[in-house]
Each structure stands twice: as structure tokens, then as C-alpha cells.
Write a protein that binds this ligand. Structure first.
Ligand code: 5GP
Ligand code: ZN
Length: 116
């Protein structure tokens, strides 16, 4: 998929609206449109990379920044102490539907495992 067809690139550019909760020079964090927990935020790099492995290979420091921002979201949301889950779905069978890397920040309730 080219970046011009990518929904999350359009959120970065402002073409598609989103409830943005944090921004840094290289990342954006916004609320998931279909939340699975009281806090469900997606953190993405502004640059288009298809998944976490591709980002790790291309720019490991940026992957680190995505994780740092995910923790800051958890602090802002008041779930850093109670606990939160970070999820990178990679590939269709894992449920990845948007091929612009994003980490899900989930918390604010007891999270059962495995998901059902
Ligand atoms: P994936 O399944 O690829 O790991 O996660 C994609 C996530 O993006 C899903 O949780 C889905 O609810 C969310 N999503 C899909 N379209 C939109 C949208 O237009 N806006 C926002 N904020 N989230 C979206
Ligand atoms: Zn993209």
C-alpha cells in the first residue's frame, strides 16, 4: 500500500480527523475509534512503516520513541501504576488491519489473557 492510501498517514497529515492525545516531533497518539478498554490509544510514528519489525530494522530509535510515548500516554491516562498492555499486531492472522505500524495502549480494566 502506498502512503497516500494509508489511513494512519492521513491521520498524521490531518486529512482524517482523530482524537489526538499526545504528539511528539516524530510520533502521534490518538484514541482508537473502536475502544476495547477504558483506555485504548494507538501510538504511531509519523513516518510510514508497515509493522514493528520493519520499523525496528529501518529505525530502531524511532521504535524506542514509540514505546516511550506509549508509556507517557499510560501516565497521562492514570494507568501506569495499575498496569497496561502494549500490543503490536503483525500480519493478517494476528488481526493487523492497518499496515502502518501502531502500538495499542490498553488499560483501565482487568485485561484477561488470552483475549476472547
Ligand atoms: P490493528 O487491527 O491493525 O492492530 O489495529 C487497527 C486499529 O485501528 C483498530 O483497533 C481499529 O479500531 C482502529 N481504527 C480503524 N480505523 C480507525 C480510524 O479511522 N480512526 C481511529 N482513531 N482508529 C481506527
Ligand atoms: Zn501510513
Amino acid at each position: 500500500m502506498s502512503t497516500s492510501d494509508c489511513l494512519f498517514c492521513k491521520i498524521v497529515s490531518g486529512e482524517v480527523p482523530a482524537k489526538i492525545v499526545r504528539e511528539s516531533e516524530r510520533t502521534v497518539a490518538f484514541r482508537d475509534i473502536n475502544p476495547q478498554a477504558p483506555t485504548h490509544v494507538l501510538v504511531i510514528p509519523r513516518e510510514h512503516h508497515p509493522n514493528a519489525a520493519a520499523l525496528a530494522a529501518a529505525d530502531p530509535a524511532l521504535l524506542g520513541e514509540v514505546l516511550t510515548e506509549a508509556h507517557r500516554v499510560a501516565v497521562d491516562e492514570g494507568i501506569a501504576d495499575s498496569g497496561y498492555r502494549l500490543v503490536f499486531n503483525t500480519g493478517a492472522q494476528a488481526g493487523q488491519t492497518i499496515f502502518h505500524v501502531h502500538v495499542h495502549v490498553l488499560g483501565g480494566r482487568d485485561l484477561n489473557w488470552p483475549p476472547g
